[in-house]
Design a protein around this ligand. Structure first.
Ligand code: SF4
Ligand code: SF4
Ligand code: SF4
Length: 262
């Protein structure tokens, strides 16, 4: 039988600095993409393949954040060769956990672990978008499997994937959780894009915002509520977890913290 798609889409998968947790999620959804198997070929996936296929690529799915010049050069090359650049997970989309450590801390820890003479190659972890245009971000630390399947299905059908327009709070209520804010506990659910099913709150932890700040989020309103019971330091620590390298969010938090001093 002739293939409906005369030419399969070539999708390259790459990773930079990260924990590879989001790639594990990619592996675990493979059966759920079987119905689309006649539409694409995966190439250059370091975890399972040698780098054998050169571009152009219909899409490059990239996990992790580039922290060396070699990784930045590769990212720029992939941008040139790919119609779409898709970031996979919080590290690639918003710098995530690798972004927590800033230059001075990194210097201190390099010296402590490797000795004073060690010359590190690493630079600040920034999101992919600090270097190249990113066409779509798949959020989460790690990414949510259902979100991953939905996004890939939409991409492979030639659609533009949608971002969730609601916050984690909606999913939190659907999960039947009591709101942490009522118990004077920090939570970034109101400003965070939905899609994770409020998994952290259901498990007894706060939302730190790994799905990224949603459109129309009202950060000052959240800070005003949090300042009724949380210190500036506690809120800043929370911000550092996923937004440390996203100045546009950090600055709004900073200004709001100035405005809502107890
Ligand atoms: S987003 Fe989280 S799970 Fe995914 S690679 Fe980065 S640290 Fe790992
Ligand atoms: S616990 Fe967090 S996510 Fe859940 S409703 Fe309250 S603020 Fe929203
Ligand atoms: S609850 Fe918040 S921190 Fe946890 S997975 Fe969802 S978006 Fe990420």
């Amino acid at each position: 039988m002739q293939n409906r798609f005369s030419k399969k889409l070539k999708i390259a998968i790459y990773d930079f600095t990260d924990c590879e947790g989001c790639e594990v999620k990619l592996v675990s959804i493979k059966e759920r993409l079987v119905h689309l198997a006649d539409r694409f070929n995966i190439v250059n996936w370091r975890l399972g393949q040698e780098k054998i296929k050169d571009g152009p690529y219909a899409a490059a799915i990239i996990e992790g954040t580039p922290v060396t010049q070699d990784e930045i050069d590769l990212l720029r090359e992939l941008r040139e060769k790919s119609k779409l650049i898709i970031s996979l997970g919080a590290c690639a989309s918003i710098a995530g956990i690798p972004g927590i450590m800033n230059k001075s801390e990194r210097k201190k820890w390099y010296a402590k672990i490797y000795g004073a003479n060690y010359k590190p190659k690493g630079i600040d972890a920034l999101p992919l978008s600090a270097y190249v245009k990113v066409n779509h971000m798949i959020h989460g630390c790690p990414v949510d499997e259902d979100e991953l399947v939905r996004t890939l299905e939409e991409l492979l059908s030639g659609k533009t994937p949608r971002y969730r327009r609601y916050s984690v709070c909606l999913e939190c209520k659907l999960a039947g959780n009591q709101c942490r804010l009522l118990h004077k506990k920090i939570c970034f659910g109101p400003i965070t894009q939905g899609g994770c099913k409020a998994i952290c709150i259901s498990g007894g932890s706060p939302c730190y915002g790994c799905f990224g700040v949603r459109e129309e989020a009202n950060i000052p309103a959240l800070v005003k509520i949090l300042r009724r019971f949380a210190s500036e330091k506690e809120i800043n620590n929370h911000v550092t977890m996923f937004f440390n390298q996203i100045p546009e969010y950090k600055n709004v938090f900073k200004q709001a913290l100035k405005n809502y001093k107890k």
